[in-house]
Every structure is written in structure tokens, then in C-alpha cells.
Design a protein around this ligand. Sequence first.
Ligand code: MLT
Length: 410
Amino acid sequence: MTLINENYLKLKAGYLFPEIARRVNSYIDSNPGTEIIKLGIGDVTEPLTPAVVTAFHEGVREMGEPKTFRGYGPGQGYDFLKKLIAEYDFKKRGVDIRPGEIYVSDGAKCDTGNMQEIFAVNNKIAIGDPVYPVYLDTNVMAGRSGVCQENGTYENIIYMPCTENNNFIPELPQQPADIIYLCFPNNPTGSVASRQALKEWVDYARQQRAVILFDAAYEAFITDKEIPHSIYEVEGAKECAVEFRSLSKTAGFTGTRLAYTVVPDKVKAYDTAGKEHSLAGLWQRRQNTKFNGVSYPVQKAAAACFSDQGQKEITERLQYYLTNAALIKEELTKAGHKVYGGINAPYLWMKTPDGQSSWQFFDTLLHQVGVVGTPGAGFGCSGEGYFRFSAFGSREKIQEAMERITAAGI
Ligand code: MLT
């Protein structure tokens, strides 16, 4: 008899975004002809930029010729790409990361989800609440939580509420945490962390001998010069933090797939005898066993992002989405709503009106004006009473969504 991993049975509901898609599709089925505007899942709508497309073609052309054809590449990514990442994403910001500390992959979602595998099952996990569901769900699947309680939280997980009172920045936990997930600019609240806030976390982690898993997938949306893009801009972080980056939102790669994770040589964790081990060694071992790297043309396309022309083109795309975010913020605020985020981030976090629950408001928007967003409660208990709008979309559609909301007096 085959037994299942019963930890999966602890998971509360389906993964958030497919669940939203299911509800939207069922609404469309019963209301054919309704024109829906989707500001739910953060998925880019602008095409790859010209520099990226040219390099992508070149990569494909090389694969079609005997002299330049390549088979398996290095599992951690080609050096030509890692060198460019080290230079453009770190050196230019005064951070020294070696190309060898960079692990190229096909997504920050997989990397943030897979990273927990190299840690013991009895580590105590701390997550923000609300949170990107991947951090929590993958730890539940691995058996690091107890059951899901009536209020929607899991036993044995440290939740760090992110509310209006703390500007949606988690406070240090009251009980010791071994693995801390942080995400800035934050998904879903759009909050950003100051250097000082990150320093407190780095100091805490070093003192606890804990590891910070820092998701910086949205760093490219930071325009405020004072806000750090990388946790490694904070002293000591290279001893305690792993950082996740992605080209998905930065360069429109959600359908092309390229991300990378930085595991500095100095980050250590311990065995039960107290002996120190390098996380990089374990991560490399894990990846070598389960992953064969990203395709050559995709890495070639990604490398084009790290050129002066590529950066210029990408910045224009980012600016387009940031202008969308500003428009959503302005219109919703004018309509009398309280809206957070959306300045150094592509997400806006709105308080639901008239005490509606997040899912009630989801239905109100869908049924009354055909606009889809993401209910805050889908990101955790502290997300209840909030709603997330994504700024990824065409300007026309976003304008229309705001007009529909305003005209309906929502
Ligand atoms: C989101 O909408 O939160 C993101 O698109 C999810 C993701 O990047 O996996």
C-alpha cells in the first residue's frame, strides 16, 4: 500500500492564484460576454525588450549550428551571465558578490520553495503575515508545521503580523526563530524596508545563528535612493542571508523563466553536534541532483538585460508599471479608499470598504464591475480586510478598471 505525505492534507485550500482563476472562470461561464479586467496575479503584460529578443534569437541560432551548439550547461548557470549579474546587480551598488556565489535557476518561486529542503525539519520558521504563500505552504508540505487552526494559522509557525501599526514591516519575533523569510519590496503589501530595519534583522539573525531567506524579486521597482535593493547592502548580511532575485517582473520573464539565488560562502548552519556547514555546499548538492540548469538561449537573453542598453529598456518597462501603480493609487485614494504600497513596488494594498471581508470585496468587484484583484486573506490572517491590486497590465485596461470602480461608487 502506498502512503502519501500527509503533510499535504494539512494545506488549507488550493494554491491562491489557481483558486482565484477558478472563481473567475466560473463567473465568466455563468455571465458570458462580461469583459473582465485582471489585476490579480502579478503577471507582466509588456513584451520582452528589443535587446533581450535579439540576444534570445542569437542564442537559438547558435544552438542550431554545429560549431556553437551546446548540450548540458553548468547547472548553476553560465559564467558569462553570473559575471554580469555580479557586476550590474551588486558591484554597481557597492556590494561584493562573487559569480560563484550566484546560482541561476528558472524561478524565484521554485528557489524560495526548494531552499527549505536543505534545513532540518525541526527548525522554527518565522514568516510575515500576510505573506507570499510559497514560503508557508512549502514548509507545511515538509512537515515543519502542525495542523491548521480555526483562525487559519498553522501550529508551530511563528507569524509576524504586518499591519498599519508597524507600516507593514515585521517586528522581531518574541520567540527564537531559526529561519526567517523576509520579502522587500513586499508581496503583497508593497511595503519597503529601510536600511535600519534590515540591519535589525541581520543583527538578530547573527545573534540567534539564524538564517534569513530574503526575497528581493521586486527590488527593481525601488526608485527611492535611500531604500536598499539587496540585503547585502547591510553589513554582516553575507554571514546570515540568502537572497532571491528574479527577472520575471524585472525584465518581463514570467513566461521565459530566469531567476537566481545568492548563497554567500560565509552563510553557515549547524548539524545536531553543533558542527558548522556551508549552506552553499548543501544548496549546490541539492541543485546538482535535482536541476539541470536553464536553457542556453534563455541565459543568453538574460545576459542582454545586464548591458547598458538592456538596463535602459528594462527601466522604461518598470517605469510603465510604476506609472500604472501611481494611477491606481491616485484613483482609489480619490474614491476615498486607504491605499498602501505602489510607490517602490508593483502592488497596492487597499483596506476593504465598509468592513467587507477580503473575499466579499473580491465578489463585489467581480460581480459589479468585472475587475479582479487578490483578496488579502489569501495571504494570511492579517491580510483579512485588505485587497491587493497588481499594477501589471496595460494602461488602457487599468484606466478602465479605475473608471468602472469610480462610476459604480465602490
Ligand atoms: C503574485 O501575484 O503574487 C506573483 O505573481 C506570484 C509569483 O510571482 O509567483
